[in-house]
Design a protein around this ligand. Structure first.
Ligand code: FAD
Length: 562
C-alpha cells in the first residue's frame, strides 16, 4: 500500500491529470475507498466527466441538448465526493524529484506549483493532424471535445453546409458519417486502407461498405489525404494522393489518435514501443508515485500477448478503477484487453472482439481456423428475422476462441458480447456450443447464433466438417459443387461450380467422383454441411466452403477471391 503522507500537507494528496473517462473514474472510486485523501482533478478543457462517445450524436442533433453530454459536473465532484476540480487548468510539467506539478490557469495565465504524493495521468489521446497543407484551414475539424462538436454544429448551421468529406473510415469517422447524413449532408469518405473499419477483416467490412454505398455515402478507399485547398468562395476541396478532388463545405479528420505522452515523456517516464506510457498490471508507471490509465497507456492484448494501444472508453474506465484500488492498497489488477467494440452506421451494426484473422497472421499465429455463418438474429418463422454475418476464429486443436466479428441489423452486439465474455474466461468453441442463452422467437433461436458458431467450429475440430479455403478456389483441382436449388444457382453462383441440389443428392450422388476432392457450397453453409456429412459417409472426399455463397460474395466484394 502506498501510504506515503505528503511532505507538504498532513493528508495524502492525490492529483489527477485529465478528468474524463479514466481520470474521473479513478478519482471517484478512490474517494469511495479512502475518505482521508485529498483528491484534486485538473483538466485543461472546460468540462470534466463529459460523454466523448456522445459527441458525434450531438453533431447529428440526435442529442440536441448539450447538457446531456455532461455526465457529472465540477459541483457534483465537489459536493458528492469532496473532490476538487480545476477546469481550464493545464498541467505543463511534472517534477518527479520534488513530486510537484506545474499548472497553468488558462483563464488568467497564472502559473503555480501543486505538490502530490500520488499522481494519476489520464490525459487521453489527441486526434492525429497530419502535417499536410490545408489541415488547419477553417472548416477542417477533429472531434474530441464538446467545444469541437459545438463548432462543427455552428459551422453546418451558419454556412448551410451541404457536403462533407470525412477523412478516415474507422469508428469515429463512420459515426460522423452517420450523423452528418442525419443532418442531411452529402458525405464522402476518404480512407487510406482498402477497406472501411480497419479492425475488421476485409470480407467482414465489405457488407458495411455496400451498406454505405446504398445509403449514398461515396467511399474512396485505398487513397490517402494529400492536401486541403480553400476555394475563393471559402469552400474546401480535399485532394487525395491519387489526385481525386472532393469538394466540401466541411472536412472531418478522423484518421486516428495518438497518446498524449508529452508530459510523461518530458518527465522521463518509460514509453513503450507503441507510443504509450508503460504501466504494470496495477497501472503503475516506471515511477512508483505515478499511475497512468486510459488512452495514454500501452496495454497487453490478451490474445496475441503483444503490447497495444486501445483508445476505448470501457478499458479507460476499468483502468481508472484498478488504479484507484491499487492506490488504496488493494490487490486488484487489470486483465489486459481484447478489443471488444461496436459501431452503428445508418441502421447496420458492426461489432468485434478478440483478434482478427489479419491480426493473428501479423502476430505470427498459424494454428487457427475460422468459420463463417449467416443465421437470422431470431427464429426465421417469427416475422422480421435479419441475418447476422458472423466470423469466428479459434485455435486448433484446442478450440480456444480467438476472436469474432459480426455485421447485421439486429442482435449483433449481443452475440459478440457473449463471445467476448467467453474469451475472458479462456473459453473454447465447445463452451459456445454448450452455452445456455435466452430464447423466445422474437429474441433468438433455440440454437442461438452463438451456439451455432460453436457447433460449426466443433464440427471442424472433430473432423465432421473438413473445411476448404475460399481463397484457394483459383488453384484448386477439386470439383466445386453448389447444392442449392436450380433457381438459386441460376440467380448467381461461384464460377466453375456445377449444380447438384441437396434435394437430389441421395439419388444422384453416383454422378460425383470418389477419387477427387469435392468442395461444396450453398447459400449460407447449412445445406453444404448436410451434403458434406452425407458424402463423407458414402466414401467421397467432401470439403465445406464455409458460409456458402453469402461468404463468397463478401470475399468477392473485398477482392479476396477472383
Ligand atoms: P479522455 O476521456 O480523452 O480525457 C482526457 C482529458 O485530459 C481531456 O479532457 C483533456 O483535456 C485532459 N488533458 C490532457 N492533457 C492535459 C493536461 N496536460 N492538463 C490538463 N488536462 C489535460 N470509446 C468507446 O469505447 N466507444 C465509443 O463509442 C467511443 N466513441 C468515441 C467518440 C469520439 C468522438 C471520441 C473522441 C472518442 C470515443 N471513444 C469511444 C473513445 C473514448 O472516449 C476514450 O477511449 C476515452 O475517453 C479515454 O479516456 P481517457 O481518460 O484516457 O481520456
Amino acid at each position: 500500500m502506498n501510504n506515503d503522507i505528503s511532505p507538504h500537507t498532513a493528508r495524502r494528496r492525490v492529483l489527477v491529470v485529465g478528468g474524463v473517462a479514466g481520470g474521473a473514474s479513478c478519482a471517484a472510486r478512490l474517494r469511495r475507498l479512502d475518505e482521508s485523501a485529498e483528491i484534486v482533478i485538473f483538466d485543461r478543457g472546460p468540462y470534466v466527466s463529459f460523454a466523448n462517445c456522445g459527441l458525434p450524436y450531438y453533431v447529428g442533433n440526435i442529442i440536441a441538448d448539450e447538457r446531456k453530454l455532461l455526465v457529472a459536473s465540477s459541483a457534483t465532484f465537489r459536493e458528492r465526493f469532496n473532490i476538487a476540480v480545476h477546469t481550464e487548468t493545464e498541467v505543463t510539467a511534472i517534477d518527479r524529484d520534488a513530486r510537484r506539478l506545474t499548472v497553468r490557469d488558462l483563464r488568467t495565465g497564472t502559473v503555480r506549483q501543486e505538490p502530490y504524493d500520488v499522481l494519476v495521468l489520464s490525459p487521453g489521446a489527441a486526434p492525429i493532424r497530419p502535417p499536410l497543407p490545408g489541415v488547419d484551414l477553417p472548416g477542417v475539424f477533429a472531434v474530441r471535445s464538446i467545444p469541437d462538436s459545438r463548432r462543427i454544429r455552428a459551422w453546418i448551421t451558419d454556412r448551410n453546409a451541404k457536403t462533407a468529406v470525412v477523412v478516415g473510415g474507422g469508428f469515429i469517422g463512420l459515426e460522423m458519417v452517420e450523423n452528418l447524413i442525419h443532418r442531411e449532408l452529402s458525405v464522402s469518405v476518404l480512407e487510406k486502407l482498402s477497406q472501411v473499419m480497419p479492425p475488421l477483416d476485409p470480407e467482414m467490412a465489405a457488407p458495411l461498405a455496400q451498406h454505405l454505398t446504398a445509403k449514398g455515402v461515396r467511399q474512396h478507399l485505398g487513397d490517402g489525404l494529400a492536401r486541403i485547398e480553400e476555394q475563393v468562395d471559402a469552400t474546401l476541396v480535399v485532394v487525395s494522393e491519387r489526385g481525386t478532388r472532393l469538394p466540401a463545405d466541411l472536412v472531418i479528420l478522423a484518421i486516428g489518435v495518438r497518446p498524449e505522452t508529452g508530459l510523461a515523456q518530458a518527465a522521463g517516464l518509460r514509453i513503450g514501443p507503441r507510443g504509450g506510457i508503460v504501466v504494470d498490471a496495477q497501472m503503475r508507471t516506471s515511477d512508483a508515485h505515478i499511475w497512468a490509465v486510459g488512452d495514454v497507456i500501452e496495454v497487453q492484448d490478451v490474445l496475441t500477448g503483444q503490447e497495444t494501444v486501445l483508445p476505448l472508453a470501457g478499458p479507460a474506465n476499468r483502468q481508472g478503477r484498478v488504479a484507484a484500488e491499487a492506490i488504496a492498497g488493494r490487490a486488484t489488477h487489470f486483465r489486459g484487453v481484447q478489443a471488444t467494440a461496436v459501431v452503428g452506421v445508418l441502421g447496420l451494426t458492426v461489432a468485434s472482439t478478440g483478434a482478427s484473422e489479419k491480426g493473428l497472421r501479423r502476430a505470427g499465429v498459424a494454428n487457427f481456423e475460422k468459420v463463417y455463418l449467416h443465421p437470422g438474429h431470431h427464429a426465421a418463422y417469427y416475422p422480421g428475422a435479419q441475418p447476422i454475418h458472423l466470423k469466428l476464429l479459434f485455435s486448433v486443436p484446442d478450440g480456444r476462441i480467438l476472436g469474432a466479428q459480426a455485421v447485421g441489423r439486429e442482435g449483433v452486439e449481443k452475440r459478440i458480447d457473449v463471445i467476448a465474455t467467453a474469451i475472458q474466461f479462456n473459453g473454447t468453441v465447445h463452451d459456445l456450443a454448450a452455452a445456455e442463452l435466452c430464447y423466445a422467437p422474437q429474441y433468438g433461436a433455440a440454437k442461438d447464433p452463438v451456439n451455432l458458431a460453436g457447433m460449426l467450429a466443433e464440427n471442424v475440430l472433430n473432423g465432421d466438417m473438413p473445411l476448404a479455403d475460399w481463397q484457394q478456389l483459383a488453384q484448386m483441382r477439386a470439383l466445386l459443387v453448389d447444392v442449392r436449388e436450380p433457381d438459386e444457382f441460376a440467380a448467381g453462383h461461384v464460377p466453375g461450380a456445377i449444380n447438384l441440389p441437396l434435394s437430389q443428392l441421395r439419388r444422384r450422388h453416383a454422378e460425383l467422383p470418389k477419387d477427387r476432392e469435392i468442395w461444396i457450397s450453398c447459400g449460407v453453409g447449412q445445406r453444404a454441411y448436410y451434403a458434406t456429412r452425407f458424402l463423407a459417409q458414402h466414401g467421397y472426399q467432401p470439403r465445406n466452403l464455409s458460409g456458402g455463397y453469402a461468404t463468397y460474395t463478401a470475399l468477392k466484394a473485398a477482392e479476396m477471391v477472383p
